[in-house]
Ligand binder design. Structure first.
Ligand SMILES: Nc1ncnc2c1ncn2[C@@H]1O[C@H](COP(=O)(O)OP(=O)(O)OP(=O)(O)O)[C@@H](O)[C@H]1O
Ligand SMILES: [Mg+2]
Length: 313
């Protein structure tokens, strides 16, 4: 049986700045073709981790393998096969977008013909097709982010690492970044990107790692993280005609606490099970008719707040 080598594998990776531990014994595995979100509040240790992954910072301790290669030994070989967009990238202002991509392409020894073909493709992909001949000094913040993403893809990397690709973008730009990430994934690449935007991670990623104060709080699939949502999952039901009998029937359910207002009942669930059928039976049994039933909470945001909040206690 062939077992795929993880694309990123760290064991107990640790980095301190002076007495401040920025990343604490991080053991992270990212398998091929995952879209892996690296989520954490400001100062959590995301950039520090990413810098270690791409070889810009040396870990104090722990081990690190990228594409099966030991990151301490095979650095140039690793760099050939990964793409990286730093946090808030700054590029030389006098170069045009096309020239910048060409410089990066030459660094990777990409043949001229390939560069000529790939550069317009990339500019188009990041929405800069019309601006490739403009100097970067004239680019807006969002356009600099976009050229940063294009730059990270110039060598057709197997692993793309993006540090906060949506920072500084307007809502439209954020949606476009999501689409770009989805576009990268279609090419079969693995994407690891940091973000503090829960919605972005929820919409784009299949896996997520949550970090806070340098500590990993969670790593797993999006479904698994929802299990960590804690007692915030709610079921909101709207009935045709509220009555005391319905309220009593709902209060009798062992798996929820009930709040009522007008024709709406909000059940805060103590269980992770799907209890919609039980709720429906309870309401009908009390002579009620459900017009709407909606699950709220229980998503990544709840899980995140729950995990980060617990750590703060
Ligand atoms: N060069 C540095 N020198 C000293 N301390 C640093 C340095 N870089 C980061 N830190 C500290 O390390 C911790 C982690 O920072 P890091 O930049 O990795 O966080 P982050 O998760 O990327 O945050 P953000 O969301 O704000 O980008 C913070 O406490 C930060 O102050
Ligand atoms: Mg950062």
């Amino acid at each position: 049986m062939v077992v795929d080598t993880p694309v990123i594998q760290t064991e107990s990776l640790t980095k301190s700045y002076g007495s401040r531990v920025a990343v604490n014994r991080l053991s992270l595995t990212v398998e091929a073709k995952q879209v892996h979100g690296f989520l954490g509040p400001n100062g959590a240790g995301k950039t520090t981790t990413i810098k270690m992954l791409v070889g810009l910072l040396r870990p104090d301790s722990g081990s690190l393998k990228i594409l099966g290669m030991n990151a301490a030994g095979d650095k140039p070989k690793i760099r050939e096969r990964i793409g990286y967009m730093p946090e808030l990238p700054k590029f030389p202002k006098h170069l045009t977008g096309e020239e910048l991509l060409d410089v990066y392409g030459r660094m990777y020894n990409i043949p001229r013909e390939t560069r000529k073909q790939r550069i317009p493709e990339l500019l188009k992909m990041v929405g800069l097709a019309e601006r490739g001949k403009d100097r970067i000094g004239k680019y807006s913040k969002g356009m600099q982010q976009r050229i940063g993403i294009a730059q990270a893809l110039i060598n057709d990397p197997e692993l793309v690492i993006l540090d906060e690709p949506s920072i500084g973008l307007d809502p439209v730009g954020m949606v476009e970044v999501r689409d770009m990430v989805k576009g990268i994934v279609k090419g079969g690449q693995t994407v690891f990107f940091s973000s503090h935007l829960l919605a972005e991670v929820q919409q784009v990623c299949d896996h997520v790692t949550i970090i806070n104060n340098g500590n990993m709080l969670f790593t797993g699939t999006l479904e698994e993280v929802s299990q960590k949502a804690g007692p915030n999952r709610r079921l909101v039901i709207e009935v045709q005609k509220p009555s005391d009998a319905i309220l009593q029937a709902l209060k009798a359910l062992p798996f929820a606490t009930v709040d009522s207002s007008n024709s709406t009942y909000t059940l805060t669930l103590k269980t992770k099970d799907d209890v919609r059928a039980d709720v429906s039976r309870a309401v009908s049994g009390a002579g009620g008719v459900i017009l709407r039933m909606e699950e709220q909470g229980g998503g990544l945001e709840d899980a995140f707040m729950n995990l980060v909040g617990k750590e703060a206690q």
